[in-house]
Design a binder for this molecule. Structure first.
Ligand code: FMN
Length: 258
């Protein structure tokens, strides 16, 4: 079983490749509400895939671990796959700690490089560069799938990059999660898709205008709302203005399309 979270499609695609190679299920944790029990079959692996956010585990994943109860008969192989952009980031130490806290074993961690969806800092590549990066993602994901199939164990020690990201990026994330930078243009029709598809239920719609308002305490800054707004009406201050959105990741229509 591979549980995954994906705000904008990269991790979902990686999870699907891995599940296909292993012949095991990949389940989107957004489809699971409340407490969840899962019985691992004999020889079944247990995996978690998620994007790294400023060197940390997204809160939706940490929350899910607290609601998950895994029944096992004997030992099993536990692994994680993180996706991230160009900044080396894996959050292995944090995830290992979270899993241990909930009685789960971690034997291996794999990191897959993807297109970076954090639009305030980056611009999405297009054409040949996008194709090159997607192909790199596919190669890395399929290589990880082979290692997972072989139940390869990896080092779980925090490397120098994780130490640095935990030290410097996590505080940046805390500060950066300011939702007041979100704004909507006149193109907003008040359709409410951003609110209904927000993975952390962090968007409320104004009673009068039906326009979105972001709740800082809940928002992970995953930017699904911004990337998937059908009218491209959402911006994160001036940092995202005029930049193209990540709507059709992997050539498929995203799950949040109308
Ligand atoms: C809030 C946020 C923070 C991010 N932080 C990092 C980071 O620290 N290092 C990095 O390489 N990529 C970072 N990224 C890029 C994502 O991890 C990467 O694009 C990921 O594949 C997105 O996965 P998804 O499409 O499944 O949601 C960040 C993206 C977001 C939205």
């Amino acid at each position: 079983m591979l549980f995954y979270f994906s705000a904008t499609g990269n991790t979902r695609q990686v999870a699907l490749w891995i599940a296909e190679r292993l012949g095991e299920r990949a389940v989107d944790i957004e489809t699971i509400s409340g407490a969840y029990s899962y019985r691992l079959d004999k020889d079944e692996r247990l995996g978690f895939a998620f994007p790294v956010y400023f060197g940390t585990v997204p809160s939706i994943v940490a929350d899910f671990l607290g609601r998950l109860h895994v029944e096992v008969e004997s030992g099993y192989y536990g692994y994680i796959i993180t996706t991230s952009g160009p900044a080396p980031a894996n959050a292995v130490g944090q995830m290992r700690h979270l899993m241990l806290k909930h009685g789960l074993t971690l034997n291996a961690a794999f990191s897959v490089k993807t297109i970076d969806t954090f639009l305030p800092f980056f611009t999405l590549p297009d054409g040949a560069e996008r194709a090159r990066l997607e192909s790199e993602t596919e190669v890395q994901a399929k290589f990880a799938a082979e290692q997972i199939a072989d139940r390869t164990r990896t080092s779980l020690r925090k490397d120098i990059f994780e130490r640095m990201t935990t030290r410097f990026e996590s505080p940046i994330y805390y500060v950066a999660r300011k939702t007041r930078a979100f704004c909507v243009s006149d193109a907003c029709t008040g359709c409410g898709l951003c609110a209904s598809h927000c993975p952390s239920h962090a968007i409320e719609l104004s009673d009068e205008t039906h326009k979105p308002k972001w709740v800082r305490a809940e928002c992970m800054l995953c930017l699904r709302c911004l990337h998937h707004c059908p009218h491209e009406a959402i911006d994160y201050g001036r940092w995202t203005r005029g930049k193209s959105r990540y709507r059709e990741a992997w050539g498929s229509v995203s799950k949040t399309e109308t």
